[in-house]
Design a protein around this ligand. Structure first.
Ligand SMILES: C[S@@+](CC[C@H](N)C(=O)[O-])C[C@H]1O[C@@H](n2cnc3c(N)ncnc32)[C@H](O)[C@@H]1O
Length: 275
């Protein structure tokens, strides 16, 4: 593009059409909103300091035991709201089956097994999660979804799945997990290691909102509290950037607003990457 075209496009942008006074007002408003956001976040951080202390002293571990029970119950409502979205997400998962029709799928952070009903008949599912206390609820979902075959439940963190062999599965799935892991890039490296060439990684994750929105404002303000309620869940991650940088050969990614879900986690990304 020549510099003249660039200049013409720039002059057409709404910012340049705005009266200078209005532009200054907008900038001042933006700056004020940003300062307010930072101030409220610090307040929220201060309010959650007892929780931080509990985490440091190991007392928060009690909540970690309780979390699977809460997550199991919240999952029903989330799954109801996201039923059509999840159906659409896993619609073409059979495409990654082998010539004999077999499909080995590994879920990272499977939780209580909320996705089982969306997987195709006969698929073998290997469940992994770093929290062993999900096992009880996982067993209930397994009993309710007899159309699948299950491997052992592997208690392992997504960042280091050394127990899982290289290129040993056709599909890897993460739903509402990349928000909570400590290191998204390391998890994606592990995904690329364990999925076979031509296999796929399916994801459905809540992400940070557009900076101009109130959702973005409240995501930043309430994150310190949400982190503890959601067992390490961060609401300000731009996970699509990590996916784009992870080195997959194809990415099919869509930004969506999850219907009826709590506003702070409404912006989602969904799709799949091919190795
Ligand atoms: C909000 S729950 C989602 C559970 C399930 N995927 C679903 O869609 O209902 C987040 C899950 O990620 C798991 N998790 C968080 N960090 C993890 C990590 N580093 N490695 C493995 N699992 C992790 C949690 O234990 C929990 O089961």
């Amino acid at each position: 593009m020549t510099s003249q075209v660039l200049r013409r496009n720039l002059l057409k942008s709404p910012v340049f059409k705005m009266h200078p006074a209005r532009l200054c007002l907008r900038l001042a408003e933006g700056k004020m909103k940003y300062c307010l956001m930072k101030f409220c976040r610090v307040l929220c951080l201060m309010l959650t300091s007892p929780l931080r202390l509990m985490e440091l002293t190991g007392l928060y571990g009690v909540y970690r035991r309780l979390f699977p029970f809460l997550a199991y119950n919240v999952t029903f409502s989330y799954n109801d709201k996201m039923h059509n979205t999840k159906r659409e997400l896993f619609r073409n998962v059979c495409r990654f089956a082998n010539a004999d029709g077999s499909l080995r799928l590994l879920e990272i952070g499977c939780g209580s097994g909320a996705n089982f009903k969306f997987y195709p008949d006969g698929c073998t599912v290997i469940c992994t999660d770093h929290n062993p206390h999900f096992h009880r609820y996982l067993r209930r979902s397994m009993a309710a979804n007899t159309h699948l075959t299950y491997g052992d439940f592997v208690v392992v963190s997504g960042e280091d799945m050394g127990q899982v062999e290289d290129e040993s599965v056709d599909v890897v799935v993460c739903t509402l997990v990349l928000c909570s892991v400590r290191n998204v890039q390391r998890v994606l490296r592990e995904v690329r290691r364990i999925v076979r060439p031509g296999g796929a990684f399916y994801f459905l994750e809540h992400v940070v909102s557009e900076p101009s929105t109130w959702t973005y404002f409240f995501q930043h303000v309430l994150e310190p509290l949400w982190y503890y309620l959601g067992d390490g869940c961060m609401v300000t991650r731009a996970t699509w950037r990590d996916l784009e940088a992870a080195g997959f050969s194809e990415i099919h990614l869509r930004h969506i607003d999850a219907p009826e879900v709590t506003p702070i986690i409404r912006p989602h990304i969904m799709g799949y990457c091919i190795k």
